[in-house]
Design a protein around this ligand. Structure first.
Ligand code: MG
Length: 158
């Protein structure tokens, strides 16, 4: 078994949707980014790639590459899962934290977990998503950014 860790942060700007694992969170701003900016997908992708020592999201899906402009990050997540499968590994479980000052994500956690369970190919009870705030501190606490971290456990697919 191997563990992987991923982390990401995106600016929050007007005129963009706020997406967490593809679930749209009603808000007056959303993640800036070359892709759709889905910070939770990006943290998970880095965790998956890290568990298999496959590099990082920037190397796999470089910002500036027209193939990834405004792309649905769940597609990137599924591509990372294909890379993991080719490396002979599958996911056991995932534990994620989203740091967002507002709105509270609790009403959306069920939908977010379901989306991730589908993309990771694991049961719902193997996917944990927790919401935190920054208590008003720093850019995240001031509502100017959203942050996510993820830990995954992977095992040989035999
Ligand atoms: Mg990102």
């Amino acid at each position: 078994m191997k563990v992987g860790f991923g982390w990401d942060i995106h600016r929050l700007v007007p005129g963009r949707p706020l997406l967490l694992a593809g679930v749209r969170i009603p808000h007056d701003r959303g993640e800036d980014g070359w892709s759709d900016g889905d910070v939770l997908c990006h943290a998970l992708i880095d965790a998956l790639l890290g568990a298999a020592s496959l590099g990082d999201i920037g190397a796999h899906f470089p910002p500036g590459d027209p193939r990834y402009k405004d792309i649905d990050s769940r597609r990137l997540l599924r591509m990372a899962m294909e890379d993991l499968g080719r490396a002979g590994a599958r996911v056991v479980n995932a534990d994620c934290t989203v740091v967002l000052e507002a709105p509270r994500i609790r009403p959306y956690v069920g939908a977010i977990r379901a989306a991730l369970a589908e993309d990771l190919g694991i049961p719902l009870d193997a996917v944990s998503v927790k919401g935190k705030t920054k208590e008003g501190l720093d850019a995240v606490g001031e509502g100017r950014a959203v942050e996510a971290s993820a830990v995954v456990l992977v095992e040989d697919a035999e």
